[in-house]
Design a binder for this molecule. Structure first.
Ligand code: C5P
Length: 241
């Protein structure tokens, strides 16, 4: 059994710089403590010995830049760069086609813009997939969660969902390769697009196990997130002495 990693990184990051996405670097290339976010993410996975190889999906226009960075940081042997698609699901699908994994191998999909993932959480996710075939990292909800109906001037609460029933889906999300391929093929033929890989696997009828996550595994999405990530990084290096 081998472990493969897919990093979808072909988003435009429009929430990071609304209205200016075409004029700025996509968020996965922004720097965190002087190093591109995507390189931090790659480092976390390369640090896990079980990880056999990684595929990063980026926009066609970013392939050259990323390949150079991968080389510069010494990851070229284990990391391949492929072209992403118009949706996250298409980007993951392209990367999945580029993998030569066997049905029993494990594929972890991780948001390129979650650079603070800890190697211990990656290892726990791999262990959970070995046991359950499908597992995601999830963060228990702290806030009370409301279901709403959108209205012209906002939203109206239609239900309160007990928070013990809620986790916020993070990544990595891991699956047996054969299972993920079958679920993606079904979703494609049904025209289903999910916002994460687990939703694609869930609709194929497989139970997905949850591994506890942490708030520091944040998805760098909007202005302010970079500063928060720098704060977590500093805390981590202070704790490491
Ligand atoms: O848009 P969202 O926040 O869900 O993005 C999560 C991850 O999916 C990001 O790393 C982003 O670069 C990636 N993505 C992608 N291809 C797209 C859209 C998003 O690889 N077309």
């Amino acid at each position: 059994m081998r472990v493969f990693v897919i990093l979808p990184a072909a988003g435009l990051g429009t929430r990071m710089a609304p209205g200016h996405a075409t004029h700025t670097a996509p968020k996965q290339f922004l720097e965190l403590a002087g190093v591109p976010i995507l390189i931090h993410t790659l480092r976390a996975f390369v640090a896990v010995p079980q990880v056999f190889s990684l595929v990063v999906a980026v926009r066609a226009t970013e392939m050259e830049r990323l390949s150079a960075q991968v080389k510069e940081h010494g990851f070229a042997e284990r990391v391949r760069v492929v072209e992403g698609g118009d949706t996250r699901q298409e980007s993951v699908s392209n990367a999945l086609h580029a993998l030569d994994c066997h049905d029993d191998d494990i594929v972890l999909v991780h948001d390129a813009v979650r650079p603070l993932i800890e190697p211990a959480v990656i290892r726990r996710t791999i262990e959970a997939v070995e046991k359950h075939d499908a597992a995601i990292v999830g963060l228990p909800a702290l806030d009370t969660i409301k279901q709403v109906e959108r209205t012209a001037d906002g939203a109206i609460v239609t239900a309160t969902i007990p928070r013990e029933y809620i986790v916020q889906a993070q990544t990595p999300q891991g699956f047996r390769c054969g299972l993920l391929r079958r679920a993606f093929a079904e979703a494609e033929s049904d025209g289903f697009t999910g916002t994460d890989e687990a939703s694609v696997v869930e609709r194929a009828g497989t139970d997905v196990f949850v591994v506890p996550g942490s708030a520091s595994n944040l998805k760098i999405t909007q202005p302010g997130d970079l500063e928060l990530a720098e704060f977590y990084l500093k805390q981590r290096s202070a704790a490491a002495g």
